[in-house]
Structure formats: C-alpha cells, structure tokens
Design a binder for this molecule. Structure first.
Ligand code: NAD
Length: 255
C-alpha cells in the first residue's frame, strides 16, 4: 500500500472507498457522511428519519437509504443489496438519562438494543463481504461515558458504550489476520441536535446548558465536524496500523 502524500495532490483521502454508515440524518453521522464524501468516498448514508436523510441526496457522492438498525431483516436485506463495502461506520445510539434506579427494564432493553445489538447485527451482516474482499474497516461509535469514565446519570448509556468497546476489541482481535480492522470513537460532549434536546428537556434549560458547559475543561462542546475529521482519519488508509482502539476525542474531559 502506498499513501499519496504528494504536495498539491487533488486526490481525496477516501477516494474510491465505499462507506456505509448508520444514523446519518443528523449530528455526528451527518457531519461524517459529508466529510467522507468531501474526501472522495462513495457514501451510503442510512437512518430511520427519511425526510432529514433525503437532504443528503443533494451532495455529490452520497446516496441514502432508510434503515432501522434494530431490525435484523432490514439489515440483512440491505447487506444483500451492497456489492462492496470498505468501511462500515456504526453510529446509531441513544442517551438515556438517569441512574440505575431510574432505569426501568424497558429503558435498559431499548438502549442495549439500539446501542449494542444494532452493531452486532450490522457487523455480522457486512463482515462476510469484507472477509471475501480480504479487507475491511469497521468504526463503532462509543463514548468516554463507558469503561473510560464514570459519568453521573448515564447508567445504561455507559453500560452500552462499554459494551461497544468490548465488541470493537473482540472483532479487531478475531479478524486482524484477515485484513480487517475495527476501532471505536469515544467523544466527550458534542453539540448535536440530541444534545440540544437533552438541554431543553429539563425544567431549566439555562441551568442545564451551564452544567453541561461547566464539565468541559475547554469551556466548549466539540462540534460534530471535529469528530467527523477523526472518523475520516480512521476510515482512511492513513490509519492502517490502528486497530482495536477506543479513540478518545473529549477535550480532556476524561483526564
Ligand atoms: P443524534 O442523537 O442527534 O441523532 C441520532 C440519529 O440516529 C438520528 O438521525 C435518528 O433518526 C437516528 N436513529 C435513531 N434510532 C435509529 C434506528 N433505530 N435506526 C437508525 N437510525 C436511528 O446524533 P449524535 O448526538 O451525533 O449521536 C450519534 C452517536 O454518537 C450516538 O451513538 C451517540 O451515543 C454518540 N455520542 C454522542 C455524543 C454527543 O454528545 N452528542 C457524545 C458521545 C457519543
């Protein structure tokens, strides 16, 4: 493999790569779909939110497909339609607010299902194609709220994101010799529509915003675009020697 680092080269860093990602209609998924396309990838952007997803059709290099990542049959059907895949980016996830005492069984099951089982289903559906190609790259969305850092009121969320780290390391270890690598991204607090919803959800959004900002050592949130740039690196051949890693991007929150 040779990397094109020639000064003045117009080649994108992801030229020719087919990238499938979930939860692409907003937030980090959307920013990543746009960043991947800018770098020359052929992006297949999926989400359950059809209307928001369709906005991405306006960008060169992006095609969209409605996909609910909790539905095995939909995932298997989708995988059967895809001929080649270089990068699978599992983004979908939900933040449940509360301690273990606030987390009912239905909340536990919902989060485990959306945040972890979905990645198990997606990887199981797409890995055989990567193995047949003798190359593949999987990126999973975790969080520093996981096995990395204890965070208040993030009980089931942290349990799911720690599971994502375990899943990532396991897949990386099992398939490293078959040309597959697998990493996960562990952001701190990222300014996305769902973060804004969490801020607005309580009785005092102003206080909630202050509390969220107070826990940032940099005094600000990450932008979705900043996280997307890390994902471009992980999706590209520049990171060919990186596998099995929870890659932290948290402005020092976990220090
Ligand atoms: P978001 O929460 O604003 O958007 C989530 C997207 O997921 C939406 O477009 C929604 O339609 C889609 N979605 C929901 N259920 C789905 C399903 N069943 N199938 C397919 N798509 C579905 O996005 P975000 O805040 O950028 O979060 C994306 C990921 O990043 C999540 O896994 C989240 O846990 C993780 N993360 C976010 C932050 C943050 O501060 N925002 C921090 C660390 C990790």
């Amino acid at each position: 493999m040779s990397l094109d680092c020639t000064a003045g080269s117009t080649m994108g860093r992801l030229e020719g790569k087919v990238i499938v990602l979930t939860a692409a209609a907003q937030g980090i998924g959307r920013a990543s779909a746009l960043a991947f396309a800018r770098e020359g990838a052929k992006v297949i952007a999926t989400d359950i939110n059809e209307s928001k997803l369709q906005e991405l059709e306006n960008y060169r290099g992006i095609q969209t497909r409605v996909l609910d990542v909790t539905k095995k049959r939909q995932i298997d059907q989708f995988a059967s339609e895809i001929e080649r895949i270089d990068v699978l980016f599992n983004v979908a996830g939900f933040v449940h607010h509360g301690t273990i005492l606030d987390c009912e069984e239905k909340d536990w099951d919902f989060s485990m299902n959306l945040n972890v089982r979905s990645m198990y289903l997606m990887i199981k559906a797409f890995l055989p194609k990567m193995l047949a190609q003798k190359s593949g790259n999987i990126i999973n969305m975790s969080s520093v709220a996981s096995s990395i850092k204890g965070v208040e009121n993030r009980c089931v969320y942290s349990a799911t994101k720690a599971a994502v780290i375990g899943l990532t390391k396991s897949v990386a270890a099992d398939f490293i010799q078959q040309g597959i690598r697998c990493n996960c991204v562990c952001p701190g607090t990222v300014d996305t529509p769902s973060l804004q919803e969490r801020i607005q959800a309580g009785d005092n959004p102003e206080e909630a915003l202050k509390a969220f900002l107070n826990r940032q050592k940099t005094g600000r949130f990450a932008s979705a675009e900043e996280v997307a740039l890390l994902c471009v690196y992980l999706a590209s051949d520049e990171s060919a020697y990186v596998t099995g890693n929870p890659v932290i991007i948290d402005g020092g929150w976990s220090l």
